[in-house]
Design a protein around this ligand. Structure first.
Ligand SMILES: [Zn+2]
Length: 168
């Protein structure tokens, strides 16, 4: 046995997870020059509606869990929702959403939760007003990063923030 040194870079290659190449290339909406325009495709079931031509992923580098397959969500611009109610600093992969009543861009997932590949939920969150509906926040099923979106308890419509998912 000789003490032959490893070729340069071999140790790094061994230490690197095999899927790192793929998962480090998660694009955010802000990485596209045209924003949402760059990810739009017309929806198979209703050509008048817009969907995403990429799979939607957890935006965390090193995770990238597939949340929704391409062509499933429908693009909707509607009232923003206060997702960050914990007052903790935002994770760098989660851009702030406009404060309501400004609008935000969403991928609407319906008619059932079965449309998702992977998704997690928080416990119901009661917003300030007593009359407000109870919301649950959508989080990554693999690493719990979130909120990535929201749904109303008991309603089978799920809203993913376009700016808070990765695209590949
Ligand atoms: Zn994740």
């Amino acid at each position: 046995m000789s003490d032959q040194p490893l070729p340069p870079g071999a140790l790094d290659a061994l230490k690197r997870p095999s899927n790192a190449g793929d998962r480090s290339r998660i694009r955010k909406l802000s990485d596209f020059e045209n924003g949402a325009l760059a990810v739009f495709a017309s929806h198979d079931k209703d050509p008048a509606e817009l969907t995403h031509k990429f799979d939607l992923l957890c935006p965390r580098n090193g995770c990238g869990s597939v949340i929704l397959k391409a062509g499933v969500g429908r693009w909707v611009e509607r009232d923003s929702v206060e997702l960050d109610i914990t007052k903790q600093p935002l994770h760098p992969d989660l851009p702030a959403l406009p404060a309501p009543p400004a609008t935000a861009q969403w991928w609407l997932v319906a008619p059932t939760i079965m449309e998702f590949e992977n998704i997690g939920f928080t416990k119901p969150v009661q917003q300030d007003a007593a009359v407000a509906p109870k919301l649950k926040f959508l989080i990554c099923a693999e690493c719990d990063l979130g909120p990535l979106g929201w749904c109303e308890e008991g309603v089978d419509e799920f809203w993913l923030a376009c700016s808070r998912v990765g695209y590949r």
